[in-house]
Design a protein around this ligand. Structure first.
Ligand code: T4K
Length: 399
């Protein structure tokens, strides 16, 4: 058996290899842009890099308006408010908690809806069942870049008079039916957090084809100012800084390379993992464009004999910081766990997947050798399940 750290050997990697290591584009270009920012002494408040970034994102997404924001969560909060959502909004629980918090923060009730087991996105049939007189909207999440059933959700939203938003935090550069993510529903939001495929250190955006909505979001992200001294709407500070836009613009210049690297890594994982029983690599639809930013495994507890949580434990001991995205599901996090103690009963697919999935490192900071070593750890653990399990249990026993 290959030596494992839990058996006393040194970890496979001297330094930690994380999920979410940022993609960094051309440093010289970034530093030169930052120098220009300093020379101009224009650091934020709709500077020229922010405007250029917005134009580029809108062009690539094929949408009329891109309003940049300081992060994806604030972008979501602002557009939720700009659309006038209130009462209840239907969302998946199987997402990063920001999707639910953006509603709860404004005292709108997130109504957690189950997902389709194949696409991991909102199940339109389940959505339909959850609509009540208090429902004002639906927020679909294009989880890991896999898009929602936008047509079915659009049809329900139209028939029931609901607003439709998409949390596309993971899906910049992805397409559905050949159309780029960005212009589905009333609006979509993006995240440019450090861990995202394209990062602006921190950043986000609202994308929409609705001129009036775009104007309102613009006002709201800048305290409601319409010119000097003239506030015409309640607002907040959701602005993106120039240095963030400089990072975003620099990343955009390397976007094709980021995708190529992610795809190469993904194919390498596919090759290495194919022969390990009980481990399934989440597929990306071949006919669509994808950013391949997430390498997601579904672990069959019985077939692997060891299960997802123990696999993650062993990987961490080997300095591979795999993540259980998105465990345990928003409905099992506060304040939702206390508010909706029975929610899990309506979310069987979410509950099952939240206990089985893990994300592995990818991106420009790792290559074939690391991937081979990570997969070799997984293979060893699965091939020696009972022994590894006994070892982990012994290591937990009080001495
Ligand atoms: N909607 C969805 C579906 C989302 O996934 C997110 C964010 C949002 C909305 C909200 O968008 P933002 O407001 O964030 O723009 C991380 C990110 O903070 C979060 O942006 C992201 N989703 C989520 C999936 O992942 P954590 O709590 O897991 O972060 P943390 O600190 O544990 O870091 C994640 C991994 O990345 C670690 O393994 C370390 C590594 N890392 C992180 C940073 C910041 C680095 O290697 N370098 C870094 O600079 O949430």
């Amino acid at each position: 058996m290959k030596d494992l750290a839990i058996f006393g050997s040194p970890p496979a990697f001297r330094e930690k290899i994380h999920v979410g290591r940022p993609n960094i584009g051309n440093r010289e270009r970034l530093l030169s842009r930052i120098n220009e920012i300093l020379d101009r002494r224009w650091l934020t408040n709709n500077g020229i890099y922010v405007q250029e970034f917005e134009r580029e994102i809108a062009r690539l997404a094929g949408v009329r308006h891109c309003i940049a924001a300081c992060n994806g969560t604030i972008a979501l909060e602002i557009v939720i408010r700009a659309l006038g959502l209130e009462g209840e909004v239907i969302v998946p629980s199987f997402t990063f908690v920001a999707t639910a918090h953006a509603l709860q923060w404004q005292e709108i009730t997130p109504v957690f809806c189950d997902i389709d087991p194949k696409t991991f996105t909102l199940s339109p049939d389940r959505v339909e069942e959850l609509v009540t007189p208090a429902t004002t909207g639906i927020i679909g999440v294009h989880l890991w870049g896999r898009t929602c059933d936008v047509d079915a959700l659009g049809e329900i939203a139209e028939r029931k008079g609901l607003k439709l938003l998409f949390d596309a935090a993971h899906a910049f550069g992805c397409s559905r039916g050949g159309r780029m993510v960005g212009s589905f529903g009333n609006a979509e939001i993006l995240s440019f957090h450090a861990t995202k495929f394209l990062n602006a250190f921190e950043g986000g955006a609202v994308l929409t084809n609705d001129d009036a909505l775009a104007a309102k979001v613009r006002l709201m992200k800048n305290f409601g100012f319409s010119g000097y001294d003239n506030v015409i709407h309640v607002g907040t500070n959701g602005k993106m800084s120039e240095v963030s836009a400089a990072m975003g613009l620099t990343g955009l210049e390397s976007m094709d390379e980021f995708i190529a690297v992610n795809r190469r890594n993904y194919e390498r994982y596919r090759l290495e993992l194919a022969s390990i029983p009980g481990i399934r690599l989440m597929p990306y639809p071949e006919e669509e464009r994808s950013n391949y930013q997430y390498v997601v495994l579904e672990i069959d507890d019985e077939r692997t004999e060891i299960g997802r949580d123990r696999l993650v434990e062993v990987l961490h001991a080997e300095n591979v910081i795999a993540r259980r995205y998105f465990h345990p599901g928003c409905h099992r996090m506060e304040p939702y766990r206390t508010r909706f103690p029975g929610a899990g009963k309506l979310l069987p697919v979410t509950e099952r997947l939240a206990g089985r999935v893990m994300s592995l490192p990818t991106g420009t900071s790792i290559g074939g050798e690391e991937i081979q070593a990570i997969c070799s750890i997984l293979r060893t653990v699965v091939e020696n399940g009972p022994e590894v399990r006994a070892r982990l249990e012994a290591s937990r026993a009080p001495r």
